[in-house]
Design a protein around this ligand. Structure first.
Ligand SMILES: Cc1cc2nc3c(=O)[nH]c(=O)nc-3n(C[C@H](O)[C@H](O)[C@H](O)COP(=O)(O)OP(=O)(O)OC[C@H]3O[C@@H](n4cnc5c(N)ncnc54)[C@H](O)[C@@H]3O)c2cc1C
Length: 387
């Protein structure tokens, strides 16, 4: 019998058996390949190409893609184990989620056998990095309104347009482009995969200066009469892109939620440790009632977020995560993340505002979680439509 007078460590029910091994593997990967290089990644606005290869060699990329395509043969629980450890490592430079949880799954769900064989093994090894290009300078939330066109000319699509805020843009060799192959509205949208290295008409724009996530290569992309084989269309006919996006977005949103809770838990642990050491008025700041109450509150928030997250992860592993529940997970956990980190940062005083302290980087990095993957307002819009 557990001693109920003592706090019991919480273990997520899905983090068991070989998923627990993935947690350990991912922790080691972030400790060795990412955390020691965080400052350099931030300065160069990207991770190293070797970071991708090391993740591939460790078996972390495309971990929930079947082994026949070079993946790890796991479920979303395995994917979530990596995302969780990334959150707990305080890393926001490595674009794992876009590559592994999103792009690989577009290929897996809608690719032909030939497309899967061609791209997934190279994505699993880290040789080919994936990006997804939806957002344009003129439209983000209103995805049905995108202007990038893909005009059919013989056996090619001729693509024209520009995208912005695209994660993994410096390293990406494979870009899933949301383009208009038909008329206005959702029915005119298709997903086309481009192998962009040395592709004529493809241009990587400037690296965008962000308030946080400095190690992440977020850029604009431009397509000028860029020719892509018709065989690179995802799906058996044009016009399915919007439906394909809507079907895959719940996984993207849940992936964001996993990182959000991992990061919030890290902030709580950092604050707990700091307030035991830092002294004011002759005693540790952790001894003040305000500090103790703040820590009691944020620790409760993190636990509540984690148990809700676990519910959603299990639903997704069982194939039962609906779009509205994924939206609830995305908006609420990212709100909790920003709130928890803000309150923990306050306990660091001025040091909390200094970028050399992880809590400051967590604060700056967290803000965008409420914006990308569909803004939190759009999440509430989607939920409210189901009421
Ligand atoms: C760091 C970063 C990385 C990103 N990575 C990628 C990527 O890899 N690929 C990609 O395609 N995109 C990416 N994005 C883009 C991101 O998904 C969009 O920024 C987001 O969807 C919002 O679109 P927007 O910026 O055009 O804002 P807008 O759509 O212009 O929204 C502005 C404001 O209006 C609100 N709003 C809009 N419509 C409604 C409505 N119907 N009801 C209520 N409020 C509304 C929004 O919630 C928001 O508060 C990234 C963005 C950032 C900042």
């Amino acid at each position: 019998m557990p001693d109920i007078l003592q706090p019991q460590p919480y273990v997520s029910p899905w983090m068991k058996d070989e998923v627990a091994d993935v947690v350990t593997l991912a922790r080691t990967f972030f400790e060795r390949e990412v955390t020691p290089h965080q400052e350099r990644f931030a300065e160069q606005h990207q991770v190293d190409k070797e970071t991708w290869l090391a993740a591939g060699a460790a078996g972390l990329l495309c971990i929930s893609v079947p082994e026949e395509y070079g993946g790890g043969g796991g479920t979303f629980a395995h994917e979530a184990a990596v995302l969780w450890e990334q959150g707990k490592a305080g890393d926001d430079a490595f674009g794992y989620s876009v590559h592994s949880s999103i792009v690989a799954h577009y290929l897996l769900a809608y690719g032909t056998e030939e497309q899967k064989q061609k791209w997934l093994p190279r994505m699993a090894s880290g040789e080919l990095v994936g990006a997804v290009a939806m957002t344009e300078p003129g439209t983000g939330s209103d995805l049905q309104n995108i202007r990038t066109t893909a005009r059919r000319e013989g056996e090619h699509y001729v693509i024209n347009g520009s995208k912005t805020f695209i994660t993994n843009s410096s390293h990406a060799g494979l870009v899933v482009i949301v383009a208009r192959t038909g008329g206005e509205g959702a029915q005119g949208i298709s997903l086309i995969v481009a192998e962009v290295d040395e592709l004529e008409g493809f241009e990587r724009g400037r690296v965008l200066a962000k308030i946080g996530q400095h190690g992440q290569d977020t850029r604009e992309l431009a397509f000028t009469d860029m020719r892509v084989p018709v065989a690179n269309l995802l799906g058996d006919q044009e016009g399915q892109g919007f439906y394909q996006l809507m079907t895959q977005l719940p996984q993207e949103r849940l992936a964001i939620a996993v990182g959000a809770v991992g990061s919030a838990e890290l902030a709580y642990e950092l604050a707990l440790a700091y307030t035991k050491e830092r002294e004011a008025f002759g005693r540790p700041i952790g001894a003040f009632q305000n500090t103790r109450f703040t820590l009691a509150e944020v620790g409760t928030d993190v636990l509540a977020a984690r148990t809700f997250l676990d519910h959603c992860v299990q639903l997704h592993v069982d194939g039962a995560l609906d779009a509205a529940t994924a939206s609830r997970a995305k908006y609420w956990t990212t709100d909790v993340q920003c709130d928890v980190i803000d309150r923990c940062l306050q306990l660091f005083g001025g040091y909390g505002y200094m970028l050399e302290y992880p809590i400051a980087r967590l604060y700056a990095g967290a803000r965008v979680q409420k914006i990308y993957g569909g803004t939190n307002e759009i999440m509430k819009e989607l939920i409210s439509r189901t009421l």
